[in-house]
Design a protein around this ligand. Structure first.
Ligand SMILES: [Zn+2]
Length: 490
């Protein structure tokens, strides 16, 4: 049992998840958390002389893998979802579908706590991670709900989450199905016990939820008629959703700081995206590595690789701002708290920049410029913009409006709030190469996740997709159906 596979309760109350609990021990635990399979007893009220305010907050506990089953340093932990969740799990935006299993019922304490890796656990886990991702972006949206692409004209249709949608080494978001689907696979030549369920990966669930959120914000971005960089923004937004969701959780931020001694460029569970999935394919740093050094000139028009360039630039900016803020606040704040605050501020900046970017055909320079302008308007120190300009320039995304001399010689003054390189706090930069294949070629999506492979985004034209509108299967076949209609009407 690792220290994380247990309740956050008194030392003598430690119980490993998923194990049978003797009746007497269950009685001790009952007031705190119901363990599946244990005999429950009534809560014993604590005597108090002074009344306490009744808590107004509703909410439920869920068990989740904080990364995935292979990342044992984090393991499975309880999380608190502070909103109303009905049996399913279902709430106002999200519902869960697993035939013969759902609706999964809350226990007597209102919690969705199940033996890890059981079908019920997979339903609760997947729901919780989708909910946490959506909630994170709604916080950055000023607390307002973010519509799914089909939530127009008063439609409140939910997104359906399928934790075990079928066999396959993939997962995807579909607008026509209004669904997130997570598949499972057994690596070739391996026993069934090695089966990888993509729904058990926080990174993968968060990535696919990121596609759904972005399709709601920017319905024109998924179409293949856009430049490869627009596709890259979609894939990158998915990976960055996983990175920012991890850093929105105090226990993950704390574990990361301890593991890396507060150096985000150390190899860690944060930069390795989808570890278990990657390991099954023989990749030691996860399916993707957010902490990479790729430049645009190295990636052609392959959208997954292009996305890694943007993800890497944002990851570098995160590490730069964290180093700066840690130096500034190290005497007054815990390093994990600084990391949580820095990550939330950068996630909000990226979110706002994407909202402000063009509705179709957006490129990396559009988002970079919006980040620079919003950062200036919200009063960030000038060095934040220097970090952003530098990192996009090093990746050959933008021209080097700020001299890179200090950065490349290792002499940049990382702790100087007003540092700009040459005294100019520029908030408008140009593309490094307007002839880049990542801007001009057709999108090659062959190595992207399942979302980017869906025919609905490849066949339906971008203008139709750009209307925030429900799509139906027949929309995918629209051209063929129109041809048939003409043929059959003569
Ligand atoms: Zn994707």
């Amino acid at each position: 049992m690792t220290i994380h596979q247990e309740l956050q309760v008194h030392e003598q109350d430690r119980v490993p998840w998923g194990t049978e609990v003797p009746e007497t021990r269950a009685e001790e635990l009952a007031p705190r958390l119901r363990v599946e399979g244990a005999v429950q007893t009534a809560r014993r009220p604590v005597e108090r002389a002074v009344p306490v305010p009744a808590p107004a907050v509703t909410g439920h506990r869920f068990l989740v893998y904080k990364q995935d089953p292979s990342v044992t340093v984090l393991g499975v932990r309880p999380v608190f979802v502070p909103t109303v969740v009905l049996n399913g799990p279902t709430d106002a935006r999200i519902t869960t579908v697993l035939p013969n299993v759902t609706p999964v019922a809350r226990n007597i304490n209102g919690d969705f706590i199940f033996t890890p890796n059981s079908p019920q656990f997979d339903c609760a886990h997947t729901f919780a991670v989708v909910r946490e991702t959506l909630t994170m972006y709604e916080r950055h949206n000023g607390g307002d709900p973010i519509p799914f692409a089909w939530n127009v004209g008063g439609s409140t249709d939910r997104i359906s989450v399928f934790p075990r949608a079928g066999q396959g080494a993939n997962a995807f978001y579909s607008r026509t199905a209004k669904a997130l689907k997570f598949l499972f696979f057994t690596p070739q030549g391996q026993p069934a016990s090695t089966t990888v369920f993509t729904c058990r990966s926080l990174d993968i669930v968060s990535h696919e939820t990121g596609h759904a959120v972005l399709d709601g914000l920017k319905p024109g971005w998924l179409g293949t008629g856009n430049p490869p960089q627009t596709g890259g923004l979609h894939e990158s937004f998915g990976d960055l959703s996983a990175v920012f969701l991890a850093l929105a959780q105090p226990d993950q931020a704390d574990a990361l700081v301890a593991l890396t001694k507060a150096n985000l460029h150390d190899k860690s569970f944060l930069s390795a995206v989808a570890e278990e999935f990657g390991a099954a394919l023989g990749k030691p740093t996860g399916l993707r590595n957010a902490d990479n050094d790729l430049k645009l000139s190295q990636v052609g028009n392959e959208v997954h690789a292009i996305s890694q360039v943007f993800t890497g630039a944002i990851y570098d900016v995160l590490a730069d701002i964290y180093a700066f803020e840690l130096a500034r606040q190290r005497r007054t704040k815990d390093p994990a708290v600084v990391l949580i605050e820095v990550a939330a501020a950068l996630c909000k900046l990226l979110f706002d920049a994407i909202v402000a970017a063009p509705a179709v055909g957006a490129g990396y320079v559009d988002v970079a410029n919006k980040m620079l302008q919003i950062s200036a308007s919200r009063g960030d120190p000038a060095i934040y913009r220097t970090f952003i300009r530098n990192r996009f320039a090093v990746r050959e995304i933008t021209t080097a409006a700020t001299p890179l001399r200090d950065l490349l010689s290792g002499e940049m003054r990382m702790t100087e709030a007003d540092y700009t390189g040459d005294g100019q706090d520029i908030t408008e930069v140009e593309p490094f190469d307007e002839r880049s294949a990542s801007l001009l070629a057709e999108q090659d999506r062959s190595l992207c996740c399942g979302t980017m492979q869906m025919p609905e985004y490849r066949v339906i034209d971008s203008e139709r997709l750009a209307k925030r509108d429900p799509l139906e299967d027949d929309d995918i076949l629209r051209n063929e159906l129109d041809e048939l209609r003409r043929a059959f009407s003569t």
